[in-house]
Design a protein around this ligand. Structure first.
Ligand code: ADP
Ligand code: MG
Length: 679
């Protein structure tokens, strides 16, 4: 049945088939799974409880003959009176003079339209003789095209179900349906198209959502199992004692979370499968230290380690901080960015190839074709969501399939993490080093700028430094820069003779950027006006104030990221959001920022308020598309499906029992098994 062409359905001819093809409906399966995107609710209402201008469906008794007025050729107006729950109301139709015959005094009728409470009138759009059955009040609304009306669509689907419903095969084992009290597939499909009640529609939806998520997660988990068992990763001989010595040389003890995550990573490095792990941790949770330990372990075992970051500034900072950690062990940390050129670059590449360079930090320059490693054991990327999927793959394919660790400080909401990165293992640092002071966050309207600057001056007088961030105006890089330039000028004038103000933006040459950044970290400038280029990783512990202009333009996750630039030293730090959001959601977002310092809480909120498309920027979101399911609102179902998929894939019965045959078939069709036998 699945693959039969839609022309097999009675009433669908070649012409209709062409129209349906526009909606990417070619087969019967595609037709019956063309689900409504919403429902019109024709629930019968009592006029006494209906508000002015509300859309209603009511039942009444016709009281008068219809009167019709014609305006020109095509326009007309038909009115009659109807008694509805004791209210004598006027019902008016426009351009439906043809209804005349059906309107019989004394008969019952059902009408749908907009209620005018003052004139006791319904401007109606639908008329039905007799009483509508109380249950069948939800009408499916489909996406359609051209002359294909919703009504026709309903008819085709109804006919298709009539002919083929009994042939719909359920891929989900009955035991699962029972456990979750879900209808079978045929019932669910029928209900989604022709709901018999709100309640049963809900269950039908739940059923399809579960199937969509389960299939998706089965695929992800199968990928995971495959890459674990069949990846030709390298098994490194890690010296646990040496690693322990390195850890004991740190200036502080690891937090419990750091220690746990370190063990997870080391276990991956020791094993023969290729690590594919996502390390999440809030800003300042101490990911870099964990990365350093892993790199040291690999180098100690005789391999090379690379750290890839999104910006040159960040690369340089990492080189500096790693150098401090590696120096006592006689290990050099090298830098490779686009700015390393000529002789230097040539020498460096030669050393990377010979293996004498052990630890290297860089930007995308690291994955260019002419960079060859002698024995690359581990690649770490920081802020991995800025690297596209393809770049991730290039990394994994480099050399002898090195272990790969993706680090991110933008806490990815669990729901997204398990969908977009469902094929990866996930480690989370969910604990901050002890003694960190929470950053105090305030929301100020732009007209309070003077007070904000007075406060800023107090901090400056204490010897502290200040970031001022201007938003990214997406439509125009030029405007973006101009914005920062204006604010820079304003602050220069305001603090003239007292404090120096630096300016940083994306249009600066890399060497200029370095100069500006160095001046700020050396406290030669006390304020730094910047576009969002400082977002990631920059570390100036003496900075205690973060002012963010037009904060409503940023996502919560990004605001949190920016806020993380302060609070890096011992002193109390502050974040001030200058914002005048117009919408309720905008206000809500500012309020949440002042209330929470927890990146995970914020990212969940952000996802809720802005939707998944906006979270990563739609282009590289990599979010799968579902017909019915919604990763945000159905996240509980997603979680359940993930757990089920995981235990299925990693069980032995899944690969042999008859009840899972259709699920296995699905995986095979999706190419997940890819000729490889998983047993
Ligand atoms: P992240 O990369 O997660 O933002 P970092 O690794 O840069 O965080 O660490 C932030 C700061 O906290 C650094 O100055 C680092 O030295 C310090 N730090 C890391 N781990 C600890 C710890 N366990 N105890 C105290 N300070 C720590
Ligand atoms: Mg970091």
């Amino acid at each position: 049945m699945q693959h039969l062409p839609i022309t097999e359905v009675k009433g669908i001819g070649e012409e209709t088939a062409v129209q349906l093809a526009d909606l990417r409906i070619h087969t019967i399966a595609e037709l019956i799974e063309h689900f409504p995107y919403r429902y019109e609710d024709y629930q019968i209402k009592d006029l006494h409880h209906v508000k002015h201008e509300e859309r209603v469906t009511v039942i009444g008794t016709i009281q008068t003959e219809p009167s019709i007025r014609y305006y020109g050729k095509k326009k007309n107006r038909l009115s009659f009176r109807m008694l509805i729950n004791g209210v004598l109301a006027t019902v008016t139709f426009f351009n439906r003079a043809f209804l005349k015959k059906q309107i019989v005094v004394g008969a019952k009728a059902t009408v749908t339209g907009k209620w005018d409470q003052h004139r006791l009138m319904i401007t109606a759009s639908e008329f039905k003789q007799g009483e509508q059955e109380r249950e069948q009040t939800l009408m499916p609304i489909y996406s359609t095209t051209g002359s294909l009306t919703i009504k026709k669509m309903r008819k085709y689907i109804q006919q298709a179900l009539l002919q083929y419903k009994s042939e719909i095969i359920d891929p989900i084992p009955a035991s699962y349906l029972q456990a979750y009290k879900l209808p079978n597939k045929a019932q669910a499909i029928q209900e989604l198209h022709f709901p018999s009640s709100h309640e049963s529609l809900k269950h039908a939806r739940r059923r399809i959502v579960y199937e969509e998520f389960l299939f998706f997660q089965l695929k992800m988990q199968a990928f995971r199992k495959m890459s674990r068992e069949h990846s030709n990763g390298q098994s490194l001989n890690i010296n646990d004692e040496a690693v322990q010595t390195f850890v004991s040389h740190l200036a502080f003890p690891l937090t419990g979370a750091q220690s746990r995550v370190k063990d997870e990573i080391i276990a991956d490095i020791k094993s023969s499968y290729q690590m594919n792990r996502l390390l999440q941790g809030d800003v300042g949770s101490g990911k870099t230290v964990v990365a350093a330990i892993a790199m040291y372990a690999v180098v100690e075992a005789g391999y090379q380690a690379a750290l890839m970051v999104p910006t040159e500034i960040l690369a340089e900072q990492h080189v500096q901080s790693l150098q401090v950690l590696f120096e006592p062990f006689g290990i050099e940390v090298e830098l490779l960015t686009g700015s390393v050129k000529g002789r230097n670059r040539k020498d460096l590449l030669a050393n990377v190839l010979s293996g004498s360079t052990k630890v290297i930090v860089g930007t995308h320059a690291l994955i260019q074709d002419d960079v060859h490693f002698s024995k690359l054991g581990l690649v770490i990327t920081d802020e991995q969501h800025r690297f596209g999927v393809n770049q991730r793959r290039i990394l994994r394919d480099k050399g002898q399939h090195p272990d790969v660790l993706f680090m991110t400080a933008t806490p990815i909401p669990r729901t997204l993490a398990i969908s977009v990165f469902g094929d990866m293992d996930v480690s989370i640092i969910d604990e901050m080093p002890a003694g960190r002071k929470a950053i105090e966050t305030y929301w100020a309207k732009p007209d309070m700028l003077t007070r904000v600057l007075d406060f800023t001056e107090k901090e400056l007088n204490k010897g502290r430094q200040v970031y001022v961030i201007c938003p990214l105006i997406e439509e125009s890089d030029k405007l973006d820069v101009q914005n920062a330039i204006d604010v820079h000028l304003l602050l220069q004038q305001h603090f003239e003779g007292k404090w120096k103000v630096g300016l940083m933006h994306g249009r600066l040459h890399p060497s200029e950027k370095d100069e500006v950044m160095n001046a700020f970290s050396q406290n030669e400038t006390q304020l730094l006006v910047s576009t969002t280029v400082v977002e990631v990783g920059v570390n100036v512990p003496n900075a205690t104030v973060m002012i963010i202009y037009d904060a409503e333009r940023f996502g919560l996750a990004q605001l949190h990221q920016l806020r993380g630039r302060v609070g890096r030293g011992d002193a109390q730090s502050y974040c001030i959001l200058l914002a005048d959001p117009k919408s309720e959601i905008g206000k809500e977002r500012m309020k949440i920022m002042t209330e929470s310092n927890d990146g995970f809480v914020l990212s969940e909120k952000d996802l809720e308020l802005r939707g998944p498309g906006d979270f990563f920027g739609s282009k590289q979101s990599g979010l799968p598309e579902f017909k019915v399911a919604d990763v945000v609102h159905d996240y509980r179902a997603l979680e359940v499906a993930r757990q089920d998929a995981q235990s299925l894939i990693f069980s032995t019965s899944f690969w042999k029992e008859e009840e899972f045959a259709l699920l296995r078939e699905y995986l095979e069709k999706e190419g997940v098994l890819d000729g490889q036998k998983i047993d």
